[in-house]
Design a binder for this molecule. Sequence first.
Ligand SMILES: *[C@@H]1O[C@H](CO)[C@@H](O)[C@H](O)[C@H]1NC(C)=O
Ligand SMILES: *[C@@H]1O[C@H](CO)[C@@H](O)[C@H](O)[C@H]1NC(C)=O
Ligand SMILES: *[C@@H]1O[C@H](CO)[C@@H](O)[C@H](O)[C@H]1NC(C)=O
Ligand SMILES: *[C@@H]1O[C@H](CO)[C@@H](O)[C@H](O)[C@H]1NC(C)=O
Ligand SMILES: *[C@@H]1O[C@H](CO)[C@@H](O)[C@H](O)[C@H]1NC(C)=O
Ligand SMILES: CC(=O)N[C@H]1CO[C@H](CO)[C@@H](O)[C@@H]1O
Length: 631
Amino acid sequence: MAGSASEPGLAALEEELTCSICLCLFSSPVTVPCGHNFCASCLELSWAGLSKNFSCPQCRATFAGRPQLQKNTVLCRVVEQLQGCAGAEAEAGAGAGAGAGEEEAAPTPVYCDSCLQAPAAQTCLTCTASFCAEHLRPHQDSPAFRDHQLCPPLRDLQQRKCPQHNKLFEFFCSQHGSCICSLCLLGHKLCHTSPLQLAKANAESALKKRLMELHNQSERAARAMNTVKTNQSQAAETASRKKDLIRSEFSEIKVLIEETENQTLKVIADEEKRVCNKFDYIYGVLGSKKNEIQSLRDQIEMALTEGDDILFLKRAAALQRMSTKEAFIPAIEMDQNIILSAYQSAINLKEAVKLATAPWREKRAEAKLPLGKPKHPPAAPPNKAFAGKKPPGPQHTQKEKIPHQTQATLQWEADTKERKKPVKVAPTPNPAAAVSSKELIDSFLKKSREELLQYAANITLDYNTAHNKVVLSEGYTRMSVSDIPMNYNNHPQRFTDCSQVLGFQCFKRGIHYWEVELQQNNFCGIGICYGSMNRHGPESRLGRNSSSWCIEWFNCKISSWHNDVEKCLPNVKATKIGVLLHCEGGFVIFMAVGEKHNLIYKFKTQFTEALYPAFWLFSSGTVLSLCQMKQ
Ligand SMILES: *[C@@H]1O[C@H](CO)[C@@H](O)[C@H](O)[C@H]1NC(C)=O
Ligand SMILES: *[C@@H]1O[C@H](CO)[C@@H](O)[C@H](O)[C@H]1NC(C)=O
Ligand SMILES: *[C@@H]1O[C@H](CO)[C@@H](O)[C@H](O)[C@H]1NC(C)=O
Ligand SMILES: *[C@@H]1O[C@H](CO)[C@@H](O)[C@H](O)[C@H]1NC(C)=O
Ligand SMILES: *[C@@H]1O[C@H](CO)[C@@H](O)[C@H](O)[C@H]1NC(C)=O
Ligand SMILES: CC(=O)N[C@H]1CO[C@H](CO)[C@@H](O)[C@@H]1O
C-alpha cells in the first residue's frame, strides 16, 4: 500500500487496471463490444443464467446475443507486470514487518543463501533455501536433489515455516484459520484441512462471490437513488402543474370580480350621466331664457329712448304685450335607490368573499398562534338539513372538510346574517334583483285597471287612529273634517297633532290595490305608513318622516313626500286615485284612475314593516272616500 501511494503513476495505472465489478486488478481481463474490460470470471458471474438481453455492466449497452469474448492480452501483461511489482513489494513488506518503510526505495532481490551475494535463481522448498544459478547446480545435476521442490525465488522462507516443527506450511486449517505444516496435521485431525493451493482457490472464489453481492447491493442503492431523484422531480412537476391550475382559477375569479366591479361602477356612471344630461339640458334652456329676457330688456330700454311720442306709444303697446314666462326649474337628482343598491351590492359581494375565504384565513391565523389555542368553528347550524351534512368529530377533521362544505356553510351563515340584522336595515337586493325589480315595476305600470283589480283590497278606516277632527262615516269608508272636536277617547294609536287617519287593514306581504275618491282643490294626502310612525308632533305628518310615503294636494299643487323631502309633481286632473302596493317588490305606485291610467308617482324602497293605508285631511270641506272594490 505504502508503495503504491508513493508512486502516483502506478496508483493511477492501478485504477485504470481495476475491474469495475470486483474492484480488483483485472484477472484475465476480457473486452466487451462497447470497449469496457472486466475480469472474465466477473463477467461470467454477472451474465450467469442469461439467455438474452446481455448488457455491459458498466455502460448498460445491450448486445443482441452473447458477445464473443476475447482475452485482452495486452491488458493481461500490464496487469501481470503491475502485480509483479506490487507482489514483490508486499512480500518485502511482510518480511520486514514494521520496518517495511526501509524497503521502499528499490525492491532488493532475494539473495542466494549459499554465497549470500548473488541474487537467487530459485528457491528449494525442500531445503527451505534459495540459490543463485551457481549454487543451484547441485539441485539440477545431482540425483540426490531430484525430489526437491523448486520454485521461483521466495523471500523470507522463515515466515513460511511452522515455528513449532520448523517445516514449511503445506496445509490450511479452516477451523483455526491458520496455516499448518504436515506434522501439525496430527493436532488438527478433527479439523477440515486442505492443501494451501486449494485453500487459496476456495478463499478467492468466496471473496469474488462476496464482491458480486456487494456489487449487486451497490447497484440496488444506485437504483434507489435514481428512483428518489425521479420521484422528487415528479413531485416538483405535479406541484407546479397544480399551482398553474390554481393560478388560472384565481385569475378567473379576479376577472369575475372585476366584471362585477365594472358593471356596478357602470350603474353609477349611467345614473350620473342621466342626471348630467338633464342638468345640461336645463342649463341650456335657462341660458336661452336669459337671452330672451335680456333681449326684451334691451328692446324696452331702446323704446324708452324714443323721442317721438306716437312711435313710443306704439312700441310700448307692442312691448307690453310681450311677456316672458318664469323659468321652470325642475328638481333633478340622482336616484338614491340606484346609488345605494349598487353600493350595497358591492358590500354584499365583499361579505360573501370574506365568508368564503374565512376557512383559509382561520387556518393561517391558527398556524400563527404559538400555542394553537383552539378556535371554534362556526357553531353547528340549527337547521336539521345542514346538521345532517356536518360530520361529527373533532374540530380539525371538520376543518379539512370545509372546502367541500363552504357552499352549505355560506348559505347558512348568510341566512343567520340576515336574521341577525336589525329590522331597520333593509336587506339590499343584488344588481340582478335591482334590474328585475325595475322590470317588475314597469310590468305593473303597463297593467290596465282591470288587471290591477285582481289585487283589489277593501279598506276600512281605523277609528282608534282618527284625529279628533276627522269624522268617519259610511261604515268607516268616508272621512271628512269637522270644525269642532269630536271628543274621541284617548288612544295610543290616535293622531293628536295632524288631522290624519289610518286604514284598519295592514299589509306585510303580497300585492294590494285600493282606490280613493277625492274632491279637487282640497288639502289632503293619500299614502302609506308603518304602524310605528309617530302619532304626535310635527313628525307625525305623512311624508315628514322616514316611516311614511304619500302624495299631497296642497291647493292646486301636487307633491310627493317621504322623509321630509318634497318633490313637485305635474298637475293631474283626477278625482279617483289608485294605490298599488307591492310589499316584496318594495314599491308603491300612485295613479290617476280615469279613461287613461296615469302614473302620478312611484316610490321604490325596501319595506321593513307592515304598511297601513294613511290619509291626511286638512281643510274643512275635504272629503275622501274609499271605494268598494269589485273583483
Ligand atoms: C429484454 O429487454 C426487452 C426490452 O428491454 C424486454 O422487453 C424483455 O422483457 C427483456 N427480456 C428479458 C428476458 O429480460
Ligand atoms: C446479483 O444479481 C444478479 C442479477 O442482477 C443475480 O443473477 C445474481 O444471483 C446476484 N448475485 C448475488 C450474489 O446476489
Ligand atoms: C416513488 O414513486 C413510486 C410511485 O410513483 C412509489 O411506489 C415509490 O415508493 C416511490 N419511492 C420513493 C423512494 O419515494
Ligand atoms: C373593467 O374596466 C376596465 C377599465 O374600463 C377595463 O380595462 C377592464 O378590461 C374591464 N374588465 C373586465 C373584466 O371587463
Ligand atoms: C269588497 O266589498 C264588496 C262589498 O262589500 C264586495 O262585493 C267585494 O267582493 C269586496 N272585495 C274584496 C276584494 O274583498
Ligand atoms: C318616527 C320617525 O320615523 N321619525 C323620523 C321621521 O323622519 C325624520 C327625517 O325626516 C327622522 O329624523 C325621524 O327620526
